[in-house]
Design a protein around this ligand. Structure first.
Ligand code: ADP
Ligand code: CP
Length: 318
């Protein structure tokens, strides 16, 4: 059955960790609320591609397999790219179901399609030598040091919130399933794609091969939005607006900024690495590739209002 596309803007949405939570049980509850906000946008005629993070989830799956493999002698050693694909599968399933249920509840005749996505990265990306992407649960420094000694994995402090395992986070170069995602969107489907940034793959001898890394979902969403020439890239996180002097008495929200202004704030160190900085950088990457577009950073709750220009931080090329 062909579904009718919305008559409004095309928007790539990147869902942050607060839209999904940290455990499957938490996630199941949270995605119902997330779906309400996504369907609010669809109800306005907007065509959405939904991308999402997977840091806690891919870390959880990897830990579970490692533990079982080490303890029961029967569970296979699960490669990290497969863990990434599993995280996309189960998050995609829950999001898809929640969005479908909300669409049905409002009698909106649209359906969903969740695409397990691969993203090409370069094997010589310098990110492979410097793991920065936090995955799995937050630990104390003591727990992190113990696990690092046991497993050889790297652990780092994550933006003042605790210690987490870190893996390489190479730059997304090409979304392998781009044509399929675009066709599904053109056919009127609400598409869930590039979850967790897509499973990172390298091209070798004309074949794809998974690599153990996690791509930043905001950067892959930016790539997807630029390739689509999407009207907007919408990055949804836990704050309504980006701020300067964040978490200080002089904190000031930013309503709009150009690429030049964003770069000036980056030079001043206004955006924390590992949290707000990659989001602003993703917006810049999208706008440099597609200057006619608009990027919006806001909270899930404010998404529909942000799309109407009522709130959030809007970034434009100039
Ligand atoms: N300058 C800033 N303005 C607003 N939020 C900031 C800033 N610097 C850091 N942050 C923090 O960054 C967080 C978003 O990053 P993160 O939690 O890693 O994203 P995600 O929603 O993708 O999981 C915000 O919730 C906020 O706590
Ligand atoms: N892949 C990714 O960016 O995940 P998080 O948003 O959970 O860090």
């Amino acid at each position: 059955m062909a579904y009718q596309k919305g008559d409004g803007k095309s928007v790539v949405i990147a869902l942050g960790g607060n839209a999904l939570g940290n455990t499957p049980q938490e996630q199941l509850k949270l995605v119902e609320g997330t779906a309400v906000h996504i369907v609010d946008m669809i109800a306005e005629g907007i065509n959405v591609v939904v991308s999402h993070g997977n840091g806690p989830q891919v870390g959880m799956i990897n830990n579970a397999f490692d533990y079982a493999h080490d303890h029961d002698g029967k569970t296979p050693d699960m490669p990290f790219p497969e863990c990434g694909a599993m995280s996309q599968g189960y998050i995609g399933y829950q999001l898809s179901q929640a969005i479908l249920n909300e669409l049905k509840r409002r009698s909106i005749m649209r359906s969903t399609a969740s695409v397990i996505t691969q993203t090409v990265v370069y094997p010589d990306d310098p990110a492979f030598a410097d793991p920065t992407k936090p995955v799995g649960p937050f630990l104390t420094e003591e727990e992190a040091q113990k696990r690092a000694a046991e497993t050889g994995a790297t652990y780092k402090e994550d933006a003042g919130r605790g210690w987490r395992m870190v893996v390489a986070s190479p730059k997304p170069q090409r979304i392998v399933e781009f044509d399929a995602i675009k066709d599904l969107m053109d056919d009127g489907y609400v598409v869930i794609a590039a979850g967790g940034g897509g499973v990172p793959v390298i091209e070798r001898n004309d074949s794809y091969e998974g690599v153990p890394a996690v791509i930043d979902k905001d950067r892959s969403s930016a790539k997807l939005a630029a390739d689509f020439k999407a009207d907007m890239l919408v990055i949804l996180t836990a704050v309504e607006k980006v701020a300067i002097n964040f978490n200080t008495p002089d904190q000031k929200s930013i309503d709009t900024m150009t690429i030049a202004e964003a770069n000036k704030y980056i030079e001043e160190g206004q955006f924390a690495p590992g949290s707000m900085l990659p989001k602003v950088q993703a917006c810049i990457e999208y706008l440099e590739a597609y200057p006619q577009g608009k990027a919006l950073i806001t909270s899930l709750e404010c998404a529909a209002a942000g799309l109407k220009g009522e709130t959030g931080t809007v970034i434009t090329a100039d």
